[in-house]
Design a protein around this ligand. Sequence first.
Ligand code: BTN
Length: 275
Amino acid sequence: MRAENDTPARAPLDAAALRRAAVRPGGLWREIEVVQSTGSTNADLLARALHGEPEGAVLAAEEQRAGRGRMGRTWTSPPRAALTFSVLLKPAVPPARRGWLPLLAGVAVAAAVTEVTGVDTKLKWPNDLLAGDAKLAGILAEAAGDVVVVGIGLNVSTEPAEFPSPRPGALPATSLRAAGAATLDRADLLLAILEGFERWYRAWQQADGDPDRSGLRAGYTRLSATIGRAVRAELPGGQALSGPAAGVDSDGRLLVRVSPGSEVAVAAGDVVHLR
Ligand code: BTN
């Protein structure tokens, strides 16, 4: 048994092995890189996109010094405790439908985590990955022109004392280790996420971004911890609205039933599950 103050073993990612497993002719993933330390993998891929980097780049970092979260927040993790990576995409779907891309990422991550580790996961809209009532992973999609960079931060071996204190009202953080995962192998997790992501992404693009023809809305709804719950949506401007979460519309927005027969579509903000 591990002594209380031992550092857990945190194996490095092997970029060459990842490439061998996930980069294949005609596949979505063109290049997989692992850097020891960077500011933010999202920022790096957005910068590369400006210089013409094509779709299909995957960048993982063992440590981020300025990891970005949703709504201008930060995302932090000790070196190699989390799986932190970003992917560069140029989705060929109508612009309004691009709102589904971060949700698609959530579906891929949730399914891969459960498949690889046996941990039961759900999604809090838009794409926080939950284990029970705690946050296991976060996803940040950032767009620049026709490029969308999707960044994923999944807490793998993080110990409770290593998490920053949660901001008021936020969910507590958890990790796969704390959730009793059968394995903490970050390479297996990354490969399973990339595989599921590619499958959903192709189906969604083939359906011209349609969430129903691609099966994405059904897949998301199955994994959603939000739909059907009473929620409070805190909007970026400081306003809030409450009611049952009725579903997600064709553009990926959360539909909140604010009164009988009246639904408001929420495109961005924080959702609190009320009960
Ligand atoms: C959130 O929960 O607010 C989203 C967190 C997203 C974190 C990931 S880690 C990899 C990628 N690079 C970043 O700077 N952020 C994302």
